[in-house]
Design a protein around this ligand. Structure first.
Ligand code: BGC
Length: 758
């Protein structure tokens, strides 16, 4: 066969317009492909096609801290490296995962370009909240209620990841998580589908930028499709028991938001839906995702999730797993070469059609084309950028701003915060000066020692002479004599800052917890500190909502600081000293008790709700606790008090095709500036499907100087009232509604309106 030059095969001269032909919308096959992709598919051998559907962990540039033990098992490093180069040169690899580094990246790309058709590799990595500049974990950033921060931090992360050769990030993680035992709560934007959707689209816009072909843009991969957040009991990798209505109403909207914002890939979840694991679920991955949601990109399996159809019990063996996964709609296998081993015999036996094969290849090539790899295969592999575009002053300033905005003040008795000038501070607890527990779950490229601890931040701000640092306890184990030394430190100070909570490994993947509490040794430490009678400010590191108890729950002040990344310590110091006012609001409900999980504010009413002030006899509640949070979704304090004037509707009848406006005036009645998050909630009082007691439909962040007032206005239309009906389609129904403009999901007084059928 005649050898074709690479540029002839790839049609380098093809118009830039074809490159940008990506449009979410109705999926067909060839008619949304480009001429060069079709020409390429026409020339590809079966093995080359399968190669494009194969994603391996990068053995040449392994991730510094292995993330996934299964797929990162480094047997014989040298041997694997040699094998990987060979496979790439043979056109049997489409993409690599987890590798960074420009020089070796260029070598790998050279190997791909030396293959018969010279199709470039796509380099993917899990950059969820920063590469070297680490931003708050997504759960923390969601507390900012400022999607523009997700967009900006994602943009900054895109600059850094593309500086080290990454084209494709496995982010954002958009699973809605209503059970705080699940460790991956930390990776997403919390329990609410509306808030989650606003963050989801913002992350995609940030990662992808306005021009995906730019060497500073990265393709997004919203994950994990779908329903993974509903694993039973919050146990990692568990099955789910999820109605299709909940799937559509709660779990799919953040994905749709990401696709509408231009996301071109998605990842299949590990979990199942009604007994069919996502990676083998044709109805989910093809009918719903591509058919109903108009997704035109490619689906990548999660790490070995196609192989796992065997232990799930859907497939009898690996070959059947490959067949089921591929025919279900998983285009690319992330793992150990399942498709490489089994697709050829499956195609030859007719179990996998040529049409399906070509469709998967087309989806992959379209993404490669859209990120500009065919025109510039060395995009994002510029050695100069690698040394100049990491941890820029601008990125670090953004990290500090994002960290400040993510902090939530839950309690502030007698205005212990901000700390009075000149006080002597005892910083006690295992998380006050621990550089290895600042970043959170997805920061394998962070360099130890680059992040600022709270001790560092406080020392710089108030001086070493006014700060005593005492660990007191380890995170999960006591320290001999630690409590005694901590008590002595507290006694020598005016105020205690108690830095307690989870380690960063206690949330994230494979970190489900049965007991979502501050570990016992730290609780013992907290009780001893409380007994000193000194004012106590708890600074809580956590990747989930926790059930707080005892001295921690009753502390004078509680700041939830999640894992805030590179600028943690200075951001917390800014808040402690009042340089900045806290403005974060909870994206997850803090329960009264562990046993309330799963708990989420937008639950349905039940037939026996306990109205405020009503007795608890035969009501929907536990013996020990009511059906309410300790600190509800949307809650957070500032250093000022903000008064909400009563909400006003311009009309109390919403016409079927029109809109009405709900407004309220907010006044800062305090003596410090305030940043308030005014939240719009709606309740449908009677519908053919029972509805949540409240559902978030909008929010607005308002800055108020002391004494200032401002009106906030929300437009309400029928779309805000839609739910998934008995026919599993979105619909609104005429009738009576309530609406709130409130500072949290459990505050405020509703106003009534009616949706008119005409
Ligand atoms: C996780 C994914 C991740 C992948 C690659 C899996 O174990 O579930 O979220 O993108 O590993 O690191």
């Amino acid at each position: 066969m005649a050898t074709l030059s690479r540029s002839a095969v790839l049609g380098r001269s093809a118009a830039a317009a074809a490159l940008l032909a990506w449009r979410p919308g109705v999926a067909t096959a060839e008619n949304r492909s480009s001429a060069r992709i079709e020409a390429l598919i026409g020339r590809m051998t079966l093995d080359e096609k399968i190669g494009q559907l194969t994603l391996y962990p990068d053995d040449v540039r392994p991730t510094p801290r292995p993330i996934n033990p299964d797929i990162n098992a480094q047997a014989e490093a040298a041997e694997r490296t040699r094998f990987q180069y060979e496979e790439i040169r043979a056109g049997r690899v489409g993409a690599l995962l987890g590798g960074t580094g420009v020089n070796l990246g260029r070598k790998l790309q050279e190997a791909a370009l030396a293959s018969r058709l010279g199709i470039p590799l796509l380099f993917g990595a899990d950059v969820l909240h920063g590469l070297r500049t680490i931003f708050p974990i997504p759960l923390g950033l969601a507390a900012s209620f400022e999607p523009r921060l997700a967009e900006q931090t994602a943009r900054a992360a895109a600059v850094e990841m593309t500086a080290v050769g990454v084209h494709w990030t496995y982010a954002p993680m958009v699973d809605i998580a209503r059970d705080q035992r699940w460790g991956r709560v930390a990776e997403g934007s919390g329990e609410d589908p509306y808030l989650g959707s606003r963050f989801s689209e913002a992350y995609v816009r940030g990662f992808q930028g306005t021009d995906l072909t730019s060497p500073r843009s990265a393709a997004a991969c919203p994950k994990h499709f779908a329903g993974y957040g509903a694993v039973i009991g919050g146990m990692e990798y568990n099955t789910t028991d999820l109605t299709e209505r909940e799937l559509r109403q709660v779990h799919l909207p953040p994905f749709q938001a990401a696709f509408d914002a231009g996301a071109m890939t998605t990842m299949a979840a590990f979990s199942d839906l009604d007994g069919v694991p996502a990676s083998g679920n044709r109805r989910l991955m093809t009918d719903i995702l591509c058919g109903e949601m108009g997704f035109e990109g490619f689906v990548v399996s999660d790490a070995a999730s196609a192989e796992e159809l065997v232990p799930h019990g859907l497939a009898a063996d690996e070959r059947q797993a490959a067949e089921l996964a591929f025919n279900a709609g998983v285009d690319v296998n992330m793992g150990g070469g399942l498709f490489r081993r089994h697709l050829r015999p499956l195609v030859e036996a007719g179990a996998v059609s040529q049409t399906r094969l070509n469709e998967a290849v087309r989806r992959v090539l379209r993404v490669k084309e859209a990120v500009g790899l065919f025109d510039d295969p060395y995009r994002s592999l510029d050695p100069r950028r690698e040394s100049t575009e990491l941890r820029s002053a601008q990125a670090l300033a953004l990290a500090r701003e994002a960290a400040v905005k993510s902090i939530v003040l839950l309690q502030n008795k007698a205005d212990v915060l901000p700390l009075a000038k000149g006080v002597r501070v005892a910083l006690i607890g295992p998380l006050g000066d621990d550089p290895n527990n600042l970043d959170g779950c997805w920061a394998p490229w962070a360099k130890s020692g680059e992040g600022k601890t709270l001790a560092t931040g406080l020392r710089a701000a108030i001086g070493a002479e006014r700060l005593i640092v005492e660990r007191g306890s380890n995170i999960e184990a006591p320290i001999e004599g630690g409590v005694e030394r901590a008590v002595a430190a507290a006694q020598a100070a005016d105020v205690v800052v108690l830095a307690v909570g989870e380690s960063q490994k206690m949330s994230g993947e494979a970190s489900a917890r049965a007991e979502i509490v501050v570990p016992e040794p730290q609780q013992i430490l907290a009780e001893a500190i409380k007994a000193t009678g000194k004012p106590v400010v708890v600074v809580l590191s956590t990747g989930r909502a926790l059930a707080l108890k005892g001295a921690i729950r009753d502390a004078d002040a509680i700041l939830v600081t999640w894992f805030l990344g590179s600028e943690s310590g200075v951001a917390i110091t800014d808040i402690l000293l009042g340089v900045q006012s806290p403005s974060g609001r909870l994206p997850v409900s803090f329960p009264q008790s562990v046993g309330q999980q799963p708990f989420y504010y937008n639950h349905r009413a039940t037939g026996r709700p306990q109205a405020p002030g009503e007795g608890d006899f035969f009501k929907a509640r536990y013996r020990e606790v009511s059906h309410a949070a300790l600190f509800p979704f949307g809650f957070g304090l500032g250093y000022a008090t903000v008064r909400y004037g009563s909400a006003q509707l311009d009309h109390d009848r919403l016409p079927w095709t029109g809109e009405i406006v709900l407004s309220a005036t907010l006044t800062n009645t305090g003596s410090r500036p305030a940043e308030e998050v005014a939240q719009l909630y709606i309740r449908d009082l009677a519908a053919s499907i029972t509805q949540p007691v409240r559902a978030l439909k909008g929010f607005a962040k308002v800055r108020l100087a002391p004494g200032a007032s401002q009106e906030v206005r929300f437009r309400i239309s029928r779309r805000d009232l839609e739910f998934v009906g008995q026919d599993l389609k979105w619909r609104a129904e005429p009738g009576a509604f309530q609406a709130w403009i409130a500072p949290s999901s459990s505050a405020g007084e509703p106003v009534a309106f009616v949706l008119d059928p005409s």
